[in-house]
Write a protein that binds this ligand. Structure first.
Ligand code: ZN
Length: 498
């Protein structure tokens, strides 16, 4: 038994190592690679994707899984067997040629998207999107589903989740959120968000962003921070976690909260047990759970009054020209201003989920074959009007703003909204467990919360599914209530609402 498991886990680690090389090449493509490196990079990524796929579907791994028979009393072994089995069962249904082709097509599509977005030229990206959409639909049909093709794609990012269930959660969320957005729009007390569009020099932003990331527990001996068009966190091992951010000199929020967001992903990645490196026990459960950590550190902690009670004096010295005449209250209001806007990554906490509902609804139509790629810009604009009351003036601030579709990651967006909901539910539980949590944050003590998260979430790797983890940690299944309560409690005072 033991030797079968040892042989098995070494095969699993090999896959994990190859995948970490893939993510390192992806990181490099987004941050450092010269433009002419693209063709070779597409070949490298395609070869690696094929190699990973061959390992994931190897007869030896299949036999080992058969021999182990899904059985183990040890939770670590049981987790590694269960998750490897899940991925094996999925991967064997998809031919290696198709996997390699998607990797190559998406490397080119990502590059075409970056140019199309810069020029706001959807037509230049449309053929890439169309090709990727067809390829991913092919994958979904091969993987199999119960009539809803979206489920097969969603399960790649949020194992076990169903589109219909997510649609129901979003239906519960939409009413209360829209109502609250309307109340805010009609409020007579309003913060002045213009403060955060003053001048904030790049170098000072970078220095301050690093200070904040370090303060919440991101270890720069085991990680990096670089600039990229689309911010992300790429965790290769707990000791090598790459964050990226985007600097806009006349917009404070982008790099500062963007870095806190990615550092939130980063502390989760750094919180995995090193001895489980390259195995499911040392990996994230789902993108929704991953996002719960980034959103918690970015928003529930990073946009809280206590956080800025601690950091605002330093922030003022960092940006004296723009902030020395701004009170803490005015600053707190400005970073928490609620304003329907075009760009998801810059959206406030209240309207953010509406951006996700928009993408989820469009993706479902595209995947079901009811929305053609050429009609996406118009459908995007119609939904933006319906959900946010705005009409994008070009596709760069509309359907070209996100990188995800260029990577072929359809079914990814809902994990962002799930992350917001999980974050609120976890944070409510942390507050009960640590009664003086808000005071601790205001004193600059983030370690108490980080330790709680490490103990209750990070160290478990994939031991629980997302659904199980929420129940284990909070004692209840996923609910929209903690999120609705959180936004109402936080934003009502900002807008003088009761
Ligand atoms: Zn994120």
């Amino acid at each position: 038994m033991s030797s079968t498991y040892e042989t098995f886990i070494e095969m699993v680690r090999q896959i994990g190592r190859l995948e970490s090389v893939e993510s390192l090449l992806d990181w490099d493509q987004e941050t450092k690679m010269p433009p002419n490196g693209l063709n070779a990079r597409a070949e490298q990524l395609s070869t690696l994707a094929r190699l990973v796929h061959e390992h994931r579907t190897s007869p030896e791994l299949g036999e080992a899984l058969q021999d182990l028979n899904g059985q183990s009393d040890d939770p670590v072994r049981a987790t590694n067997i269960r998750e490897t089995r899940r991925l094996y069962d999925r991967a064997v249904k998809v031919p290696a040629d198709l996997v390699a082709k998607i990797a190559s097509v998406s490397a080119h599509a990502k590059s075409a998207w970056a140019v199309a977005r810069k020029d706001s030229n959807f037509a230049a990206f449309a053929p890439h999107l169309d090709e990727l959409l067809k390829l991913k639909c092919e994958v979904a049909d091969l993987v199999g589903h119960n009539g809803d093709r979206y489920d097969a794609l969603l399960s790649e990012f949020e194992p076990g989740a169903k589109a219909e269930e997510i649609a129901n959660v979003f239906a519960e969320l939409r009413g209360p959120l829209s109502e609250f957005v309307s109340q805010i729009a009609a409020a007579s007390t309003r913060p002045d968000p213009a403060i955060i569009t003053r001048h904030f020099p790049w170098a000072a932003q970078e220095q301050f962003a690093r200070t904040l990331a370090t303060a919440i527990g991101f270890d720069f001996q085991s990680g990096r921070l670089d600039a990229s068009v689309h911010p992300f966190c790429s965790g290769t091992t707990p000791n090598d976690v790459r964050l990226t951010t985007r600097y806009i000199e006349n917009f404070f929020n982008c790099a500062i909260f963007g870095t806190l967001h990615e550092a939130g992903h980063g502390v989760y990645e750094q919180g995995f047990d090193e001895k489980h490196m390259f195995t499911p026990m040392g990996s994230a459960i789902s993108l929704g759970i991953h996002e719960s950590q980034s959103r918690m550190w970015e928003n529930l902690v990073g946009r809280s009054r206590g956080f800025w009670k601690h950091f605002y004096p330093l922030c003022q010295t960092q940006f004296p020209d723009s902030l020395s005449d701004v009170s803490m209250d005015a600053f707190y209001g400005a970073i928490n201003a609620v304003q329907p806007s075009f760009i998801r990554v810059e959206a406030d906490e209240v309207t953010y989920n509406l951006h996700i509902i928009l993408r989820f609804e469009l993706e479902r139509e595209m995947i079901a074959g009811r929305l053609a790629v050429n009609d996406v810009p118009e459908a995007w604009n119609t939904k933006t009007k319906e959900l946010l009351g705005l009409t994008p003036s070009n596709d760069a601030e509309g359907c070209l703003q996100d990188i995800h579709w260029s990577m072929g990651t359809f079914g990814y967006f809902p994990t962002y909204a799930l992350g917001n909901l999980y974050a609120a539910q976890f944070f409510a539980t942390a507050r009960n467990a640590i009664p003086d949590l808000d005071d601790r944050i205001a004193r600059g003590d983030f370690k108490t919360l980080l330790d709680w998260l490490r103990e209750n979430i990070y160290r478990h790797g994939q031991r629980y599914t997302a659904t199980e983890l929420v129940e284990v940690v909070t004692g209840s299944p996923l609910s929209v209530t903690p999120f609705i309560q959180y936004v109402r409690a936080k934003f009502s005072p900002v807008y003088g609402l009761e």
